[in-house]
Write a protein that binds this ligand. Structure first.
Ligand code: NAP
Length: 310
């Protein structure tokens, strides 16, 4: 199906940044469509408790917040099309977005595809997903009630995951390649106090042991080279995320980490194309910074569209 309609704005990705762009765009009278592969929220929808997004005095789960953002944008006429984007031509005029549900055309494009969990790159890691290897403690933690789990990483995600799992699992072993956490101080004390959390500092996971499911991990001490085996029922890989830029990597300028190079204005190297949320270069990847990006993108898109009419 090909739809020759040209939208003022096509938004790719329905996380908090994408839906905020949709809200601001429709309120500004822009003819807007948001393309989303599965359901609203992106990575946010996988978070069981969000306490650092203002306005929710008891916190809120990410799935509900995502639905609220979607409905808030729809109240003003935003449209969501469930489609997988296959290819884009951002230099064309209008810009072309080929999807599983046909071709969309936009005068401007907001790119808000987010970032996905980073993998360890171990042999059989992919095959063991769902069989002991997991990337989301709030999604899969409940399967490890009363069991022993390894959490890999030392940032905020690993700290948060280890704390969450310490409330479910019998034992949590946090494996980090340095001798201290990189995570924000707020996590240090509760983690150190948790009686069922152990730390394996200066260590990396070098292999997964398994029968049909994970039974343990091989660890290597990065200072001494000593190798050990730790028995466990699950491994949570919590080592950060990689930006979803495959679609645009040959068209948009990326930074060294592979994120779309764009400053607070969200403008990319291509006029009329904006990168918002976790996919763009930024210091703090949070819901609150993603929604700010969404608003900024529309501000600059309106300016761009006005210039095109002159
Ligand atoms: P991160 O801050 O980039 O930390 C990744 C951690 O994984 C680092 O400790 C890193 O080790 C380790 N690591 C990376 N690759 C590895 C590998 N191949 N093998 C072993 N270890 C590896 O990622 P994040 O914790 O996911 O956080 C991402 C962003 O989200 C941050 O901006 C964070 O503040 C934010 N976040 C915020 C919250 C919150 O505020 N509640 C919660 C979660 C995430 P090194 O230290 O050696 O580099």
């Amino acid at each position: 199906m090909t739809n020759n309609h040209v939208y003022d704005m096509v938004i790719i990705g329905g996380g908090p940044g994408g839906y905020t762009a949709a809200l601001y765009a429709v309120r500004a009278g822009l003819d807007t469509v948001l393309l989303e592969k599965f359901s609203a929220g992106g990575q946010m929808a996988l978070t069981d408790q969000i306490d650092n997004y203002p306005g929710f005095e008891n916190g809120i789960d990410g799935f509900t917040l995502a639905e609220k953002m979607k409905q808030g944008a729809e109240r003003f006429g935003a449209k969501t099309k469930y489609a997988e984007v296959k290819r884009v031509d951002l230099n064309a005029s209008p810009k072309v977005i080929e999807t599983s549900e046909g071709v969309f055309y936009g005068r401007t494009v907001v790119f808000s595809t987010g970032a996905n969990p980073r993998e360890l790159g171990l042999a059989e890691e992919k095959e063991l997903v769902g069989k002991g290897v997991a990337y989301c403690a709030s999604c899969d933690g409940m399967f490890y009630r009363g069991k022993t789990v390894v959490v890999v990483g030392g940032g905020n995600t690993a700290a948060e995951d280890a704390l969450l799992l310490s409330r479910l699992a019998k034992k949590v072993i946090l494996v980090h390649r340095r001798d201290s956490l990189r995570a924000t101080k707020v996590y240090h004390e509760p983690l150190m106090k948790a009686e069922n959390v152990e730390f394996r500092w200066n260590s990396v996971v070098t292999g997964l042991l398994h029968e049909d499911k994970v039974t343990g991990v091989k660890l290597k001490d990065v200072q001494t080279g000593e190798e050990t085996v730790v028995e466990c029922d699950g491994v949570f890989v919590s080592i950060g995320r990689k930006p979803a830029t495959e679609l645009v990597k040959d068209q948009l300028t990326l930074d060294q980490g592979g994120y779309v190079a764009a400053d607070e204005s969200t403008r990319t190297n291509i006029p009329g194309v904006y990168a918002v949320g976790d996919v763009r270069t930024k210091v703090l990847r949070q819901v609150v910074t993603a929604v700010a990006d969404g608003a900024m993108a529309v501000y600059y898109a309106e300016e761009y569209l006005a210039e095109q009419k002159i």
